[in-house]
Design a protein around this ligand. Structure first.
Ligand SMILES: *Cc1c(COP(=O)(O)O)cnc(C)c1O
Length: 438
């Protein structure tokens, strides 16, 4: 496995961007990944595909998903309970079909990843093992304004262990007047709390600002302080080139319905570094699917844990949602994250260029400018844009013209041109509509 830099440095884009339809069409025709767009269903608007920039919220449906699910429905009809062992993809071991490709996707060993449950559930289950506060060491360091579910999860874990959230939760925030968190402030907070710090748990990519955190360096800093380090990769999986094993994270969890296109509420991912796989000290909430699979059906009283992340599995696998994930995963495996990242840099760079072009026009007209708050050097495909002086009206008007984005109060538009299925023409059309509304 490569030891690599995190985040991958922004490649120099040699494209000579122009805010014209001709340029966009030309760029699309030179795009190595252009055929993948056709492998997805796009919602329609006035007989035309919408500009879909919300793959960071719910990825589009691959055209192969339906068959993958229907295969399992057929086998269920054909085999009934016997499908556990006799289905074309036996359900008993179905999740194992996903481990290798998922591992490749997030830079892990196959034994370090498993698809199970839902994201917030996985965060809780992993915190059962990895947030074990003592009187002396009980604090959790996280990002301020983390995704609400993460905030609730952290708060409830702290309370569950009998601590006070105001004392135990350290939230690192952007400085006054800034929108993103400085890494130096994260390291300073770790250092300052090093004697009480039990856990560092933040998002690999902040969902609001699109800021990417240096997971390798934060993990190192956390470990140096004697803390356990985990990441929520909801906005990172399928969006960034990850090296979870080499970066030495203790654990991570992510959902599969955002960039990974596995459908609403689909099965989530979990990573536990292999150094924890044989631990006899880590407590966990156990279930039969975490029991040594060679003896699972002996139904014996004593729990014998799997020697992999699969020991954290509790229940038998949700086959229908895994079938959707399996179809999508095959596409990622074929494309590779390297190719996606390359297009991602170029496509998001184009979006940035188009926004800057609109700003030139606004400036000439003496109007308030658009502000991209996502850091240039630390980003995936999402740009978070502040429309100064504009309210939700702007967003509603964009939506009414078939541009699907998402709005975060008070005035942030999140745009995620997804390299797998978005095009340069999408970006151009977005700019055209936005410009007409300002
Ligand atoms: C999308 C998202 C969630 C959603 O959690 P679920 O358990 O899948 O509903 C949680 N955290 C982050 C950071 C997210 O982006």
């Amino acid at each position: 496995m490569n030891t690599s830099i995190n985040p991958a440095p922004l490649r120099k884009i040699n494209m000579n961007y122009q805010n014209t339809l001709e340029f966009a069409i030309e760029a699309d025709s030179n795009d190595q990944l252009k055929t993948y767009r056709d492998q997805f269903y796009f919602p329609m608007f006035n007989d035309r595909e919408v500009v879909y920039f919300t793959g960071n919220s719910l990825g589009l449906q691959p055209k192969t998903t339906q068959d993958s699910i229907v295969d399992e429905l057929e086998d269920w009809a054909t085999f009934g309970v016997e499908g556990h062992f006799h289905a074309r993809n036996p359900w008993f071991s179905y999740h194992e079909l996903l481990n290798e490709k998922t591992a490749k996707l997030v830079g892990a060993l196959p034994s370090e990843v498993v698809m199970m449950n839902q994201l917030t559930v996985n965060l809780h289950l992993l915190m059962v093992s990895f947030y074990r506060p003592t009187k002396q060491r009980y604090k959790i360091l996280c990002e301020a304004k983390a995704f609400p579910s993460d905030q609730y999860a952290l708060q409830s874990q702290v309370k569950f262990h009998g601590f006070d959230i105001n004392d135990a939760l350290i939230e690192v925030a952007p400085r006054e007047g800034e929108y993103t968190i400085r890494h130096e402030d994260i390291y300073a907070a770790i250092e300052k709390n090093k004697n009480e710090l039990a856990l560092v748990l933040i998002g690999g990519v902040n969902y609001f600002s699109g800021q990417v955190f240096d997971m390798k360096a934060i993990t190192e800093a956390g470990h140096k302080a004697g803390a356990v380090v985990g990441f929520d990769l909801a906005h990172a999986a399928g969006n960034l080139k990850l090296q979870l094993h080499d970066w030495n994270l203790d654990f991570a969890a992510w959902c599969s319905y955002k960039y990974l296109n596995a459908g609403p509420g689909s099965v989530a991912g979990a990573f536990v570094h292999e150094r924890h796989h044989n631990s006899t000290e880590l407590p966990l909430f156990a279930g039969w699917w975490g029991h040594d699979k060679t003896e699972r059906f002996k139904m014996e009283r004593e729990f014998k844990p799997m020697k992999s992340v699969e020991r954290w599995q509790m229940s038998n696998a949700p086959i229908l949602s895994m079938a959707a994930y399996k179809a999508s995963l095959a596409i990622f495996d074929e494309v590779s994250m390297d190719a996606l990242i390359e297009k991602s840099h170029s496509l998001t760079g184009y979006l940035e260029f188009v926004v800057e072009e609109i700003n030139k026009k606004l400036k000439a007209e003496g109007k308030e400018l658009l502000q991209i708050i996502t850091p240039k050097e630390n980003r995936g495909c999402q740009l978070s844009i502040i429309a100064h002086g504009k309210g939700k009206d702007l967003f509603n008007q964009l939506m009414a013209q078939g541009v699907i984005l998402d709005w975060r109060e008070p005035n942030v538009i999140r745009c995620a041109p997804v390299p797998l299925y978005n095009s340069y023409e999408d970006v151009f059309r977005f700019g055209e509509v936005l410009s007409s509304l300002l």
